[in-house]
Design a protein around this ligand. Structure first.
Ligand SMILES: Cc1cc2ncn([C@H]3O[C@H](COP(=O)(O)O)[C@@H](O)[C@H]3O)c2cc1C
Ligand SMILES: O=C(O)c1cccnc1
Length: 341
């Protein structure tokens, strides 16, 4: 993507959305032909077969393979935390980034268990974006540049990417973005996040209502992102869009990552066809967002952490789906008799 100084930066993003490649139909046809010959009753691997077909559709080769999976975690800070919207202080964002580097966080363990790469992107943690109840989070050029920066996560031949985040206060940011994009009341979109009490929940509701009020009905998805979003949400939206162009299948994590995906969905409902939603977060409004976008999450384990943990767990299943399809013998190869009636 070129960010020429004369063009409006959001125009570059809009062009990328307008020119999204579709699924690889030839790869899907080849996938189906081979899948029909594998040593199992037709359809007996259920959703695993759908997942393998999805991989074939979005990264092309006849036999879906996952050789370089990555979890990308985008970290940012948010001025809205002054409104008391999180159970934890903002300083935890940086402390957790250090914990990721030291290998002590939850996401590190899932990456070890499933052999996934992990990269952490620190998005100006010293410069929290302004409190969205009072001012826009980002300037247009900055928002577009952060989206472009997110695409950096795809460097180095990654062939499956899990999208995660770390940012104290960002369930409030995600709620504001989703409320701005999809409407409804602030209360429809707020939940406990890290575990706020009832008074904290009320502060979150007021903050989201005030932020959305400031939008004065603006529904342009990139404007919603810029005005009531944050850096990690912008970077996650950018990497999801970049992945589409680079033919890298995406696994989206929970509520916060879904808010980033929703920005693209609101621009074009086909924009998430290369994405799988790893899990249903226990954050209550995640189900609402997924229902609006007609997406069916893979796992439902009552998790509500973020960091890409739900996406990374799902990546283990996706890796297994790819291995099943590429590794199984055909009836002919194995000398197993086919169906009689
Ligand atoms: C120790 C710790 C580790 C985390 N890892 C992810 N989050 C998650 O919680 C935050 C969002 O919740 P809220 O909007 O309530 O602040 C994000 O950083 C998210 O990634 C964490 C939160 C904490 C406290
Ligand atoms: O589902 C999520 O993304 C989530 C839920 C709670 C806290 N942080 C993230």
């Amino acid at each position: 993507m070129s960010l020429s100084p004369s063009a409006l930066p959001f125009d570059d993003i809009r062009n990328l959305v307008r020119n999204m490649p579709g699924a690889d139909e030839a790869a899907v046809a080849a996938f189906r032909e081979r899948n029909a010959q594998l040593t199992k009753p037709a359809g007996s691997l259920g959703r695993m077969e759908e997942i393998a077909e999805w991989l074939a559709a979005w990264h092309g080769p006849v036999w879906p393979k996952v050789t370089r999976p990555l979890v990308a975690v985008f970290a940012a800070n948010h001025g809205v935390t002054v409104k008391g919207v999180s159970a934890y202080p903002s300083s935890v964002t940086r402390q957790m980034v250090e914990n990721f580097a030291a290998g002590g966080a939850a996401i590190n363990q899932i990456c070890i268990a499933y052999d996934l790469g992990l990269k952490i992107f620190d998005l100006a943690l010293d410069l929290p974006t302004p409190d969205i109840t009072e001012a826009d989070a980002l300037e247009e050029a900055n928002c577009a540049a952060t989206m472009a920066f997110g695409m950096e996560a795809l460097a180095g031949g990654i062939d499956l990417i899990c999208i995660g985040e770390m940012g104290i206060g960002n369930t409030t940011i995600a709620a504001a973005v989703l409320n701005g994009l999809f409407g409804g009341e602030a209360a429809d979109w707020v939940g406990p996040g890290t575990g706020v009490d009832d008074a904290g929940l009320e502060r979150k509701r007021s903050a989201v209502a005030a932020a959305v009020e400031r939008l004065s009905g603006e529904r342009d998805p990139l404007e919603v992102l810029r005005r009531v979003g944050g850096r990690e949400i912008a970077a996650m939206a950018g990497v999801i869009l970049g992945a589409r162009h680079q033919k890298v299948p995406v696994i989206v994590d929970g509520y916060v990552a879904t808010a980033a995906a929703a920005v693209l969905h609101a621009m074009d409902s086909r924009a998430l066809d290369h994405c799988l939603f790893g899990h249903l977060s226990a954050e209550p409004a995640h189900a609402r967002a997924l229902a609006i976008m007609e997406k069916k999450p893979l796992l439902d384990f009552g998790m509500r952490l973020g960091e890409g943990t739900g996406a990374a767990l799902a990546a283990g299943i996706v890796k297994a789906a790819a291995q099943l399809h590429s590794g199984m013998a055909t009836f002919e190869q194995a000398g197993v008799s086919g169906k009689e009636r």
